[in-house]
Write a protein that binds this ligand. Structure first.
Ligand SMILES: Cc1cc2nc3c(=O)[nH]c(=O)nc-3n(C[C@H](O)[C@H](O)[C@H](O)COP(=O)(O)O)c2cc1C
Length: 187
């Protein structure tokens, strides 16, 4: 079942996520998603308004689905395999990927996707995602995005710990959007 707050942040109530994570999603200005990797095909169990704005989808169309629904019909290319490997690898905690995606109304865009794993009781149970449309007109400066995301993640990290959740990863890849975007443009 989906629960909607006034800001249209949406969560699967049965996912029983810590309230601090839910609050942070509602407050954040950057696109945030969370997937439950203990469920078949790692569906999204939470998204915020900034993600709905970026993708153009309503909440009820995304909760319960794997986030690959944003990829073009022909697929996103080799990055898909790299994302799959990252998600399967116990040694990798957080990473950024540039992925060709398509909005609900059919607009292609380059999506800078950040993923960080969340553990509970020593087991990775969830993956937190953040999306940034590289080529959207009037988009935020990538350095400001990095700063806003770092700040949100640090707060999630501190608060989630109180509920027994650990945000894995060094956050080192966070301050790198500028160079990743420049590289993606040259490819
Ligand atoms: C939290 C989270 C957010 C994700 N966000 C996106 C996204 O915005 N765009 C995208 O193309 N893939 C995204 N992915 C990756 C896909 O869901 C999927 O893992 C990827 O396509 C590789 O797996 P597959 O080969 O099974 O499709 C996200 C994954 C997770 C766990």
């Amino acid at each position: 079942m989906c629960a909607y707050s006034r800001s249209m942040t949406a969560f699967d109530e049965s996912a029983a996520l810590p309230q601090d994570i839910i609050d942070m999603f509602a407050r954040s200005g950057v696109a945030l998603t969370i997937a439950d990797c203990t469920r078949p095909d790692s569906p999204l169990v939470g998204v915020n308004q900034a993600f709905l704005d970026l993708s153009g989808y309503p909440a009820e169309a995304v909760i319960g689905r794997n986030c690959r629904f944003l990829q073009p019909q022909e697929g996103p290319g080799p990055v898909r395999r790299r994302m799959r490997q990252f998600l399967r690898s116990p040694e990798q905690y957080d990473e950024k990927f540039v992925v060709p995606n398509v909005t609900r109304d059919g607009q292609p865009f380059l999506n800078l996707v950040y993923m960080a794993k969340l553990a509970r009781g020593g087991e990775t149970t969830h993956v937190l995602g953040s999306q940034f449309a590289i080529d959207a007109p009037g988009r935020l400066d990538p350095a400001l995005y990095d700063r806003a995301l770092s700040e949100d993640l640090r707060q999630i990290d501190v608060r989630a710990r109180d509920a027994g959740w650990t945000l894995l990863g060094s956050f080192n890849v966070l301050a790198s959007s500028h160079s990743i975007i420049a590289r993606a443009r040259m490819d």
